[in-house]
Design a protein around this ligand. Structure first.
Ligand SMILES: Cc1ncc(COP(=O)(O)O)c(C=O)c1O
Length: 400
C-alpha cells in the first residue's frame, strides 16, 4: 500500500475565501494596513442575550453531551421561528442542529448523493457547494448566469438542465457571492418546474434576513409536495453575527432528519452545548437596523464601483456581497508603486495586485465559478469602505 492521501482528499481544494483571509492576515502581521473586504462575516457584535446565555451555560455546567440533533428546546424554538417568519410548518423532530450551516449542508449531501449523481448548481456559487458535492462522489452541474440576468437562473434554464441523473438542485437566495435575491414570483416559477420532476431541493437560506427591497420567499412554502423533498438550511452565523459559535440547522421531513442525525452521531455528535444555549438566546433578537446599515453600505459601494473604469456591476438585492466584473482589466498593464510593470493576465492576478500593492483584500471569482469577477464583502465600517474605494480608484488609474 502507499502512504498517499485518499483520492477524495487529493481532489479537495482549500476554501479560497478562508485562504485569502489567511494571506491578508499574514500580510497585515508584517505591519501593512490592509482594508479587508474578503471576509464573509458581519462586523456587528453577537447579541448580548446570546452571549449571556452562552456564559450562563458555561457557569451552569451545561457543558456535557446533548442529544445529537440538538436540545429539544432549541429545535422547538427553531420550528416556531420557521412558522412565524417563513410560514413553514415543521415539528421539532423535523429539525436537526449542527456545528454551522456548512456541516448542515454536508449532512444533506451525504444523505442523498450517490457517486455519479448530478446536482444542479446555479453559478456563481458559494465555494463549498461543489467541493462538498464532489466529496460525495457526485457531480455539480453549473447553471451559468451573469450580470445580464442579475445572476439568477430561470425556470426554463432549470427545466433544460434536468436529466435522469439529476438528484438535487441547490437554491441559494440571497446568494453568496452575488447578492442576488429571487423574488417570490421567480421562486414560484422555478417551483412549478420542480413540481414535475422527482428530485431533492437544497435551499440555503442563511442570508434570508438581509434583503433590500425583495421579500425572501422559501421554496418549501410553495406546496406540500415540494416541502416534502426540500432541505431548508439556515443558521445563526450571518443573522446574529455568530460565525464563531458554529450553529446551523436543517428543516426537512423526519426520515431525512433521522438519517442525517445518524450520520452526525458518528462524525461530530451534538453541536456545542454552550453554543446551542447561545443560539436559543439569539432567536428573536434580530435588529432591523442592521438591514438599513447594510443597505446604505451597499448603495455607497455600488455607486462607487459604477464609476470605476473597466468595471461592470449588477445591483445586489441581499446578503452583504457585491460581485463586480473586471474582465476589461485583463490584458492591461499595472504600474506598481515601486515602478515595475505587471501584465494583468487574469482577474486572479488583479486581485493579487489589489492585495499586495493597493492593500485591499477581495476574493477572486474563480473559486465561485466566475473567473471574470471578484467578490467584495461590505460587512465592514463605512470608513473602511471609503478607504477601499479610494484605493480601488488609485488601482484603476495605474492600469493601462
Ligand atoms: C451561502 C452560505 N451558506 C452557508 C454558509 C455556512 O455558514 P456557517 O457554517 O458559518 O453557518 C455560508 C458561510 O459563509 C454561506 O455563505
Amino acid at each position: 500500500m502507499s502512504l498517499e492521501l485518499s483520492e477524495r482528499f487529493q481532489a479537495i481544494a482549500p476554501s479560497p475565501t478562508l485562504s485569502i483571509d489567511a494571506k491578508t492576515k499574514a500580510l497585515a502581521a508584517t505591519g501593512v494596513e490592509i482594508v479587508n473586504l474578503s471576509v464573509g462575516e458581519p462586523d456587528f457584535a453577537t447579541p448580548d442575550r446570546a452571549s449571556l446565555a452562552g456564559v450562563a451555560a458555561i457557569v451552569g455546567n451545561f457543558t456535557k453531551y446533548t442529544p445529537v440533533p440538538g436540545i429539544m428546546e432549541l429545535r422547538t424554538k427553531i420550528a416556531e421561528k420557521l412558522a412565524t417568519e417563513n410560514q413553514l410548518q415543521y415539528k421539532p423532530e423535523e429539525i436537526i442542529v449542527s456545528s454551522g450551516a456548512k456541516q448542515s449542508l454536508y449532512n444533506v449531501f451525504m444523505a442523498i448523493l450517490n457517486p455519479g449523481d448530478e446536482v444542479l448548481l446555479p453559478a456563481p456559487y458559494w465555494v463549498s457547494y461543489p467541493e462538498q458535492i464532489r466529496l460525495c462522489g457526485a457531480i455539480a452541474v453549473p447553471l451559468e448566469t451573469d450580470e445580464s440576468t442579475g445572476f439568477k437562473v430561470t425556470a426554463q434554464q432549470i427545466e433544460q438542465a434536468i436529466t435522469p441523473k439529476t438528484k438535487a438542485i441547490l437554491v441559494n437566495s440571497p446568494s453568496n457571492p452575488t447578492g442576488a435575491v429571487y423574488t417570490p414570483n421567480e421562486i414560484k416559477a422555478i417551483a412549478a418546474v420542480l413540481e414535475k420532476h422527482e428530485l431533492f431541493i437544497v435551499s440555503d437560506e442563511i442570508y434570508e434576513q438581509l434583503t433590500y427591497g425583495t421579500e425572501h420567499y422559501s421554496i418549501a412554502r410553495y406546496s406540500e409536495n415540494l416541502r416534502n423533498r426540500t432541505f431548508v438550511v439556515n443558521g445563526f452565523s450571518k443573522t446574529f453575527a455568530m460565525t464563531g459559535w458554529r450553529v446551523g440547522y436543517v428543516a426537512a421531513p423526519k426520515h431525512l432528519v433521522n438519517a442525517m442525525s445518524s450520520f452526525q452521531s458518528h462524525t461530530t455528535s451534538n453541536p456545542s452545548s454552550i453554543s446551542q444555549k447561545a443560539a436559543l438566546g439569539a432567536l428573536g433578537t434580530f435588529d432591523q437596523a442592521i438591514v438599513r446599515e447594510f443597505q446604505s453600505r451597499r448603495d455607497y459601494v455600488l455607486g462607487q464601483l459604477q464609476e470605476l473604469p473597466g468595471i461592470t456591476v449588477a445591483k445586489p438585492e441581499g446578503a452583504f456581497y457585491i460581485f463586480p466584473n473586471a474582465k476589461n482589466w485583463v490584458g492591461l498593464t499595472y504600474t506598481m508603486h515601486d515602478g515595475s510593470r505587471i501584465k494583468v493576465d487574469s482577474v486572479d492576478v488583479a486581485c493579487e495586485l489589489l492585495l499586495t500593492d493597493a492593500f485591499v483584500s477581495v476574493v477572486p471569482g474563480s473559486g465561485f465559478g466566475a473567473p471574470n469577477n471578484f467578490r467584495i464583502s461590505y460587512a465592514t465600517s463605512m470608513a473602511q469602505l471609503q478607504k477601499a474605494m479610494q484605493r480601488f480608484k488609485d488601482f484603476a488609474d495605474r492600469l493601462n
